[in-house]
Every structure is written in structure tokens, then in C-alpha cells.
Design a protein around this ligand. Structure first.
Ligand SMILES: [Ca+2]
Ligand SMILES: [Ca+2]
Length: 96
């Protein structure tokens, strides 16, 4: 599972993604989880963390896994860079 946060440094509302998503316009930040709760996940995430042990995620700026992207390694926390407030799709890969 990848956790997205509305604010930097894993703060604010949270949204979780467990699989690849070609768009993020039908996911929302979970109610009552902090600043930004209830807003759409697409183009509104500032930071992420991974709860996976053998999967890494790519977070893309555009839908259908296109455009600039950030890589979220397993068991890692980071602020988004290429997709800061511009996140539109996700893919996941198993580590080799
Ligand atoms: Ca979706
Ligand atoms: Ca976008």
C-alpha cells in the first residue's frame, strides 16, 4: 500500500492506494484524517510513504502512467518532487 498525504512530510489528510491506478480523479483523501480530507487525490498530494516490503511505486504527473514521475521505494517516505501537487496516476512493480 502507498499512502498519499495532502501536506509535505507525511502530514495532513491521507489517501491509500493498493494497486495501479490510471487516474486518481475518483480517489479522495479519507474523511476526518486532517487538512485536505475529502478533496480529490489527483493533483493534491505533497508527500507519500510506502508500507510495502517488496513493491515500489511510480507516481506519474499525467493519467495513464505518462509524464514526469517520482519513484517511491519499498518502506520509504518522501516528499513528491516531479509530481508535487501534480499526481495523476500510479503504477507498481515488484522488486527484482
Ligand atoms: Ca482511479
Ligand atoms: Ca496531473
Amino acid at each position: 500500500m502507498a499512502c498519499f498525504y495532502f501536506n509535505s512530510n507525511q502530514a495532513g489528510a491521507i489517501a491509500t492506494i493498493g494497486e495501479g491506478e490510471y487516474n486518481l480523479d475518483d480517489q479522495i483523501f479519507t474523511a476526518n484524517t486532517g487538512a485536505g480530507a475529502g478533496t480529490y487525490l489527483e493533483d493534491n498530494a505533497a508527500s507519500v510513504d510506502s508500507r510495502e516490503t517488496s513493491i515500489y511505486y511510480c507516481i506519474h504527473r499525467d493519467r495513464w502512467w505518462s509524464g514526469p514521475y517520482d519513484v517511491l521505494p519499498a518502506q520509504y517516505k518522501m516528499n513528491l518532487v516531479a509530481t508535487y501537487n501534480k499526481n495523476s496516476s500510479t503504477t507498481l512493480y515488484h522488486n527484482h
